[in-house]
Ligand binder design. Structure first.
Ligand code: SF4
Length: 419
């Protein structure tokens, strides 16, 4: 049995993985430093267009949703769940929600943890869009940190394909309202040339992200989902030179591996697609497939960063981002979701799909049976459903996982005639 324990770290092949550790550490050190230097710290949901405004105003953004995978990777999540459950939060709720609520009511005050403790928020950007759990996280944070100034963001919950001009106009007014709130709250002035520069860096990061993902279309693929932690910079550092420099080094390495024909494993037999969020506490699960000749060359999550921004029209660019980036992953119609997965499986020459039925995340799990049927019908691609949870290891059974995955991989190998 390999890598199916509940705390496996993934085996990394990219040299950039080491650099990523440094970037993660520095980000959380910057958060702590900001607080001690009197720079206002704002907690917010990711992918919403606010990050660029914070960096342009030299404020420190911090993302509770990002802190949760960090806790899972460091084995801190079980203690946070214990605290959240003792407060009455059900085990059926999103793991990100239970983790952050448990953390702010427990370990944040009582213990020193790796990369922590997080600095308390001076500002909360409380979303009125995205999924319900992400909104509820911020309602709970408002109660936990009553001194924080709260910006109640209001955005229409609209599917990507239904976004119209009036939605964009409304989002523009919301971005302008956020700038007004932040400048009044902190006494800082917005330098619009600086904002353009930040949006330009954000767009550059998106372009690099797309380029990196495109190299994965090659056979053999230069890197797998086991290294998808590189998205850290897209969550926390979009709009900074740090993100652009890091992604440039990843791009160069991935390009070199592609040109030199260096794959993730010596003999890539099966190309796999992963649907839903990875198991952050057990990224080593991806390596389990590698032992059977399979490599994950594409996944749903990476689509969230495939969005270009027009730096000459920064407010409009951020407004569009605020409407689109969440829906690209979690608030998309089933029809669009199916279409996107089928397109990705075609583009990346996928042989089989693993659909993670995520107990913690109903929004991203919704529509998986439709995906399964569409892949079979349109591309003749088989898929397997595995039951797990992106945060809570108690909802993952290694035995059940193997009972489903092993015959599935045998089937795929037989179809390819490579057994
Ligand atoms: S999209 Fe899923 S994982 Fe993310 S906050 Fe919502 S329920 Fe949780």
């Amino acid at each position: 049995m390999a890598n199916t324990d509940k705390s496996g770290k993934s085996k990394k092949r990219l040299a950039a993985a080491k650099e990523l550790n440094r970037v993660v550490t520095e980000h959380y050190m910057a958060c702590a430093r900001a607080k001690s230097e009197g720079k206002p710290v704002g907690w917010m949901p990711p992918m919403n267009g606010a990050i660029e405004i914070f960096y342009a105003l030299d404020l420190q953004p911090l993302f509770p949703e990002n802190w949760s995978p960090v806790c899972a990777a460091f084995g801190l999540a079980p203690r946070n769940f214990e605290v959240a459950e003792s407060l009455g939060y059900s085990r059926d709720l999103c793991g990100y929600l239970r983790n952050i609520i448990g953390y702010v009511h427990g370990p944040m005050m009582e213990e020193s943890t790796p990369l922590g403790p997080l600095p308390e928020p001076d500002i909360l950007v409380s979303p009125g869009g995205g999924c319900v759990p992400v909104m509820k996280i911020f309602h709970a944070l408002e109660r936990r940190f009553p001194d924080a100034r709260v910006f109640k963001a209001d955005l229409p919950q609209v599917a990507v394909e239904d976004i119209r001009e009036h939605h964009i106009e409304y989002a523009i007014s919301e971005i302008s309202r956020l700038i007004k709130f932040l400048t009044e709250t902190t006494g800082r002035k917005m330098d619009y040339d600086r904002l353009k520069e930040v949006v330009r860096l954000s767009d550059q990061a998106c372009a690099l992200w797309d380029e990196i993902m495109t190299y994965r279309r090659h056979v053999p693929t230069p890197f797998s989902a086991a290294e998808i932690g590189i998205m850290f910079v897209m969550v926390t550092l979009q709009g900074t030179q740090t993100a652009v420099d890091f992604l440039t080094s990843v791009r160069d390495e991935v390009k070199h591996r592609t040109e030199a024909g260096i794959g993730v494993i010596g003999d890539e037999k099966i190309r796999l697609f992963w649907d839903n969020i990875p198991l952050w506490y057990n990224m080593g699960l991806f390596n389990y497939f590698e032992n059977l000749g399979g490599v994950f060359v594409a996944e749903t999550y990476s689509a969230a960063w495939s969005l270009r921004l027009d730096a000459d029209r920064p407010i409009e660019a951020l407004a569009i981002k605020s409407l689109m980036s969440y829906p690209l992953v979690s608030c998309v119609s089933v029809k669009k979701r199916v279409e996107k997965v089928v397109d990705a499986c075609r583009a990346y020459a996928i042989d089989g799909a693993v659909l993670h039925r995520n107990k913690s995340c109903a929004p991203i799990t919704l529509g998986q049976m439709d995906i399964k049927r569409a892949l079979e019908r349109e591309l003749g691609i088989p898929s397997v459903i595995i039951d797990a949870d992106h945060m809570d290891a108690r909802n993952f059974s290694a035995a059940q996982f193997q009972a489903r995955v092993d015959p599935f991989m045998e089937l795929l190998l037989e179809r390819k005639g490579t057994r």
